[in-house]
Design a protein around this ligand. Structure first.
Ligand code: ZN
Length: 134
């Protein structure tokens, strides 16, 4: 990868796998401008899992859709962004654990609900009211 500042080649100075195991953090350093930045290599959820609607339509799983559902249920505050990111990784981890390339919308919603509910019952109930009936 090239330097984000000067577009010259960079050197990886540190690598750490993240907790989930499907994401890697790398610290990069540019020899030319001497600046550093971090890259995050993530599994493409959309390339691994398709979601089947009740009508039988398939759509790639979408990190942002899961994140927004969680974020809305948590309460939409600045502080909820970090929590929603953490919970999104938990939901996606549960989806991968199924070892199936196609999952149903209702299964995914159930995983979102259970993750939210065990984290904060109030948020779980809010999700239930807003999302589970469609
Ligand atoms: Zn540079």
């Amino acid at each position: 990868m090239v330097c984000v500042y000067c577009k010259q080649p960079t050197k990886v100075t540190n690598t750490r796998p993240r907790r989930t195991g499907w994401s890697i953090w790398r610290r990069r350093w540019c020899q030319k401008c001497q600046l550093s930045f971090t890259t995050l290599e993530n599994m493409s959820v959309a390339s691994a899992i398709a979601i089947k609607s009740p009508q039988g339509h398939l759509q790639p799983a979408n990190y942002s859709q899961i994140f927004i559902s969680l974020y809305k249920a948590l309460g939409n505050t600045q502080k909820d962004i970090e929590e929603a990111e953490y919970l999104t990784l938990n939901v996606i981890d549960k989806l991968f654990k199924q070892q199936q390339a196609i999952l149903t919308t209702s299964f995914v919603k159930q995983q979102i609900f259970e993750t939210l509910n065990s984290y904060q019952t109030k948020a779980g109930q809010r999700y239930l009211l807003e999302e589970m009936d469609d």
